[in-house]
Design a protein around this ligand. Structure first.
Ligand SMILES: [Fe+2]
Length: 213
């Protein structure tokens, strides 16, 4: 019987993409730090932009990019779940309308592997951020849901990923999926709403993970 992790590995290999490892769900009893928090292939990409030049909003895909317009937005808080976390870098990347990480460039390993649809923001004083982009499609092999990868860069801390943004009620977002969430940074399952101007809005609030002192 295949586990979700097995399916993820297979689909990543088939799609020629990469897997974000570290499916450990448990938190360690001492300090509440998640086991395997820093197991993150590709988190180097968080640091490919100068934080001083980042704003809290960015556009990943312009109007010429095929696909429904999507705004991924939310508020980042400290591990207490209420205090706004300012100055946190978020790196996002996702597939295109064909489900592919396509048209990367030669800037870095991750610009090649993650494709063109990627971007960076730095949360504002209220912990808010937004990515304007297009709604990705599932990988062509249709093994896992359409998703947006998010990686986190807190000042002076090691980088880590949080649960992908996925879309409630759509392909692959099953009860099994819901049950097996790692809940890194809270749930990544969002319910899309239309803002009335042709943009789908995905609210993905993020609760920062605890670190070792
Ligand atoms: Fe992916």
């Amino acid at each position: 019987m295949q586990t979700r992790r097995t399916v993820l590995v297979q689909s990543a290999l088939i799609a020629g993409t990469f897997l974000l490892p570290g499916c450990a769900k448990a938190r360690e009893p001492d300090g509440g730090v998640r086991a395997g928090l820093y197991n993150c292939e590709g988190c180097e990409a968080v640091d490919e932009r100068d934080p001083a030049r980042l704003g809290s909003t960015t556009q990943i895909a312009g109007p010429d990019e095929p696909g429904p317009r999507l705004l991924v937005t939310g508020r980042v808080t400290t591990p207490d779940g209420t205090t706004p976390a300012a100055g946190v870098i978020i790196y996002a990347h996702h597939t295109n309308i064909d489900g592919l990480y396509a048209n990367g460039d030669d800037e870095s390993e991750w610009s090649r592997r993650n494709g063109r649809l990627r971007g960076w923001v730095k949360t504002d004083a209220d912990g808010r951020y937004s990515f304007l982009t297009i709604k990705p499609s599932p990988y062509p092999d249709m093994t896992i849901p359409a998703h947006v990868h998010l990686m986190i860069g807190e000042k002076g801390k090691r980088r880590y990923y949080v649960d992908d943004v996925v879309f409630a009620g759509e392909f692959g977002v099953t009860e099994d999926y819901r049950r097996n969430q790692e809940l890194r940074g809270g749930s990544g399952i969002v319910t899309l709403r239309d803002n009335g101007n042709g943009v789908l809005v995905a609210e993905r609030d993020i609760i920062l993970e605890r670190h070792r002192a």
